[in-house]
Design a protein around this ligand. Structure first.
Ligand code: ARG
Length: 399
C-alpha cells in the first residue's frame, strides 16, 4: 500500500492541483479534509470532487462553533484589527483548519502534509507554522515549490481532465463566518473602485431609508444577547452579518502589508465584526481605567499582529491572552448601535461596572468634583516638563 499524504481541500483549482501532484509526483495516496468554518460551500459537491480526483478518503468536519468560541471570541476580546482595519477572518481560520488536518493526519497515519498555498501570501506562513508546531512530517507545497501561476495551474488541470467550474472567476474569494475577503482581478489596481457585483454580504444600494438600531450585550467580553434576546455564539455572528450588511455596514478597502513584505489591495465584507469590535471596544472604555485601556490597546495591536503573521502558536500569544482574559472581568454591559446607509455609530452604552459618573463629569450644577483640587494636581503633573523647559531656555540663552 502506498504511503499517504493529507491536505485541507476546498475543491478549488489550487487544492485540486495539489491532489494530482501528490499522486503523480510523490506516488502518495491522498486524504483530503474540508473544514467548515462557515464558508457556505456545497459539502457534497466538494466530496464528489475529491472522489473524482481519486482521493482515498475525504473528511468533512464542521468546526463552525469551535471557530466562533475559540478564535472569533478571543479576537473580539482583543478588538483585533490588523493595521487598524482587517478583522482577520481568514487569518483566524487557518490555525483551526491546520489543527483539524493534524488530527486526521494522526488517525490516518500519513507520512506527508501538504497545502495549496502560493508563495506570495500569508496563508503559507500560517499553514506551515501551524502544521510545523504539531508535527515533524514533511510539508509539500506544490504551488509554491513549482512557482505555478494561475495559467500554469489551469494548464496542469486541463491536461488531466480536472473540471474547473468557473473558468473566469473575477475575484479570488475567501470567506467564513467572520468575514469575506475579495482579492485580485481588476481591483488589483488600487485606484479602481470595486464594482457593486463584488459584494455578496453588504448592500451597496437600496439600503433602508431609516436607521436601524441594534443593542449588543456582552458578558465578560463575550457577546451574548442581541436586543435583549439571548443567542448562541454562531447565531450572533450570523444575525449581525445579515442585519448590518443590509444597512450597508462592513465594507473595508485598504492597502495591507503581507507578512512576506508584499503590499496588497484588500477588500473585505465584515459586517458582524465591524459591529462587535466597535461595540466591545466602546464598552471597555466605560469599564476600564484609562491606564488599562492604554496598555490594552498596545496588547490588542500585538495580538492582531501575531494572528495575522502566522504566529498564532508563538508562546507570546498565550501571555497576551492571559492579560486580555483578565481585562474582560468587568466587560459586561450593553451597547446601542445605529446602522444607516453604510455608517455605523455607537449611540449609547450602559454597564453595571461603569466608571463613568455623570454627577462627577457634569458641567451642570451640583458636580461632586471639587475643582479646587485640580490646580495642585496640574502643577505636580507638569513639574518635570516645566523644569526641563526652563533649563533648556537657560542653555539656549547662554549659547
Ligand atoms: N489578506 C487576507 C489575509 O491574509 C485575506 C486573504 C484572503 N484570500 C483570498 N484568496 N481572497 O488574511
Amino acid at each position: 500500500m502506498a504511503e499517504k499524504g493529507i491536505l485541507a481541500f476546498s475543491g478549488g483549482l489550487d487544492t485540486s492541483v495539489v491532489v494530482k501532484y501528490l499522486q503523480e509526483e510523490h506516488g502518495l495516496d491522498v486524504v483530503t479534509v474540508t473544514v467548515d468554518v462557515g464558508q457556505n460551500d456545497d459539502k457534497r459537491a466538494i466530496a464528489a470532487k475529491a472522489k473524482s480526483l481519486g482521493v482515498k478518503r475525504h473528511y468533512s468536519i464542521d468546526a463552525r462553533s469551535e471557530f466562533v468560541t475559540d478564535y472569533v471570541f478571543p479576537a473580539i476580546k482583543a478588538n483585533a484589527l490588523y493595521q487598524g482595519k482587517y478583522c482577520l477572518a481568514t487569518a483566524l481560520a487557518r490555525p483551526l483548519i491546520a489543527q483539524k488536518v493534524l488530527e486526521v493526519a494522526r488517525k490516518e497515519n500519513v507520512s506527508a502534509l501538504a497545502h495549496g498555498c502560493t508563495g506570495k501570501g500569508n496563508d503559507q506562513v500560517r499553514f506551515d507554522l501551524a502544521l510545523r508546531s504539531g508535527s515533524d512530517l514533511p510539508i509539500i507545497a506544490p504551488i509554491r515549490e513549482k512557482n505555478l501561476d494561475r495559467a500554469a495551474e489551469l494548464e496542469f488541470a486541463r491536461e488531466r481532465g480536472i473540471k474547473i467550474e468557473t473558468v473566469a472567476k473575477r475575484y479570488s474569494i475567501d470567506q467564513n463566518l467572520w468575514g469575506r475577503a475579495i482579492e485580485g482581478g481588476d481591483i488589483e489596481d488600487p485606484y479602481t473602485e470595486p464594482p457593486d457585483s463584488a459584494f455578496a454580504w453588504v448592500s451597496t444600494r437600496d439600503m433602508p431609508d431609516s436607521p436601524a438600531y441594534v443593542e449588543i450585550s456582552f458578558e465578560r467580553g463575550v457577546p451574548t444577547r442581541i436586543d435583549g434576546r439571548r443567542m448562541g455564539p454562531r447565531r450572533i455572528i450570523e444575525h449581525l452579518n445579515e442585519r448590518a450588511g443590509r444597512a450597508g455596514v462592513g465594507i473595508v478597502d485598504h492597502i495591507e502589508d503581507r507578512t512576506v513584505g508584499i503590499k496588497s489591495r484588500e477588500v473585505y465584507e465584515t459586517p458582524a465584526a465591524a459591529c462587535l469590535i466597535e461595540a466591545h471596544a466602546d464598552l471597555e472604555k466605560m469599564v476600564h481605567t484609562g491606564r488599562t485601556g492604554r496598555f490594552k490597546r498596545a496588547v490588542d495591536e500585538e495580538w492582531a499582529y501575531l494572528a495575522y503573521a502566522g504566529l498564532w502558536q508563538d508562546p507570546l500569544r498565550k501571555c497576551l491572552d492571559a492579560f486580555i482574559e483578565a481585562s474582560q472581568e468587568p466587560v459586561t454591559g450593553t451597547v446601542r448601535l445605529r446602522l444607516h446607509k453604510g455608517s455605523l455609530r455607537v449611540v449609547g452604552r450602559k454597564s453595571g461596572n461603569s466608571l463613568y459618573d455623570q454627577r462627577r463629569s457634569t458641567y451642570g450644577t451640583g458636580s461632586t468634583f471639587d475643582q479646587r483640587m485640580a490646580s495642585g494636581f496640574v502643577e505636580i503633573w507638569g513639574m518635570q516638563l516645566t523644569e526641563a523647559n526652563k533649563l533648556q531656555e537657560a542653555r539656549a540663552e547662554k549659547s
